[in-house]
Design a protein around this ligand. Structure first.
Ligand code: NAD
Ligand code: WQD
Length: 336
């Protein structure tokens, strides 16, 4: 089976490509490298011991994408490509809407032209906003408070409408919670450009001495220790969820939606302590103001994915921190 992976050179895409290749799929990656490096593709091949097809093509380049589909004989698409920084999306909304929405529209058009009916889409727990209760199930209302999140909500809606128009499509909307960690070899991992926005890459750069201290955004939330609680999920568990979703699509399920999380929340302070233990480093931190737009707590009810996909996250925060630390120490400057 031939799977085209948009954004396959990025963080989640690269780990998923390793799992796809090891499971025997033929993999075609389309990535503009706007937020990644081709070195990750080389390392996917190194870890898996298999070759993939790489095309440096932007989704906005319709004829370029069409050429890839003409050659590739694609059976299914996993669509990761998109810009993903919430704060940046507030500052440059037009670029986010253009890249993420228009890029997706071009992809869906080209898929339709080539009769490709199977799609896995990277959505996000961000579509739940500040949920009314916890844990979050897939039937909670979806909304957003920033352009990044609106892109996810809108693309989900576009896919719902495409499915309504053509019920022979098979579409899995996967809502990821907070992906962290790296491949256990330490050869691929998250390689943020500039100062990281997300907690775990930030802690990791403090631990390695690249950043002086962590700023904890608020300790007055209604959580056990006052700091924000999130459902961190190991990137390898997330990657295997995509294989399970592809297997599900093969059974013609129509449009399906799954939370990919562990179901367990950890606070910022718990993550800091777990990382200090895994790395043997002190993580200096200071408490600062809440970050605008942040919510107190967010964690999944992942039971639907467990029941339908036979998928369950199995790696704990020890593994999440140890694998992040191995990647960080082996690659202090990422893929550079
Ligand atoms: P990433 O930035 O590491 O990977 C995205 C990849 O897409 C990059 O390699 C980038 O170069 C590529 N890309 C972006 N725009 C493109 C375009 N127009 N044409 C071709 N390639 C393009 O991000 P990631 O963390 O791997 O996220 C993958 C997907 O998962 C994204 O859609 C993201 O919104 C979603 N997601 C991420 C998280 C997270 O915390 N990392 C959480 C939930 C959902
Ligand atoms: C986690 C916790 C922060 C950094 C974001 C996106 C979401 C999704 C995943 C894509 C919070 C605290 C963080 C720091 C801190 N991405 N924190 N100091 O905000 O849950 O989710 O990434 O879809 O859409 O919004 O993740 O890692 O930024 O924050 O105290 O320097 O860590 O306040 O409680 P978040 P995060």
């Amino acid at each position: 089976m031939r799977v085209l992976v948009t954004g396959g050179a990025g963080y989640i895409g690269s780990h998923t490509c390793v799992e796809l290749l090891l499971a025997g799929y033929e993999v075609i990656v389309v990535d503009s490298l706007i937020n990644s490096r081709e070195e990750s593709v080389r390392r996917i091949e190194e870890i898996s011991g298999r070759k993939l097809e790489f095309h440096k093509v932007d989704l906005l380049d319709k004829s370029g994408l069409d050429r890839v589909f003409q050659q590739a004989k694609v059976d299914a698409v996993i669509h990761f490509a998109g810009l993903k920084a919430v704060g940046e999306s507030v500052a440059i909304p037009l670029q986010y809407y253009k890249n993420n929405i228009s890029g997706s529209l071009v992809l869906f058009e080209v898929m339709a032209q080539h009769g490709v009916r199977n799609l896995v889409f990277s959505s996000s727990a961000t579509v739940y906003g500040d949920p009314a209760s916890l844990p979050i199930t897939e039937d909670f209302p979806i909304k957003s408070s920033n352009p990044y999140g609106w892109c996810k909500v809108m693309i989900e809606q576009i896919l719902q409408d495409l499915y309504l128009a053509d019920p022979s499509l098979n579409i899995a909307l996967l809502r990821y919670f907070n992906p962290v960690g790296a491949h256990p070899t330490g050869r691929i991992g998250e390689d943020p450009k500039g100062v990281p926005n997300n907690l775990v890459p930030y802690i990791s750069q403090v631990a390695v001495g690249k950043l002086p201290e962590l700023k904890i955004f608020g300790n007055d939330y209604p959580t056990p220790d006052g700091t924000g609680v999130r459902d961190y999920i190991h990137i390898m568990d997330l990657a295997s969820g995509h294989i399970k979703a592809l297997e599900k699509l093969a059974a013609n399920p129509g449009l399906v939606i799954y939370n990919l999380g562990t179901g367990k929340g950890y606070s910022v302070l718990e993550m800091v302590n777990a990382f200090a233990e895994a790395s043997g480093k002190k993580i200096p931190y200071k408490i600062v103001e809440r970050r605008p737009g942040d919510i107190a707590s967010c964690y999944a009810d992942p039971s639907k994915a467990e029941k339908d996909l036979f998928w369950k996250a199995s790696r704990d925060i020890k593994a999440m921190c140890a694998d992040t630390w191995r990647w960080q120490t082996k690659n202090p400057n990422g893929y550079e």
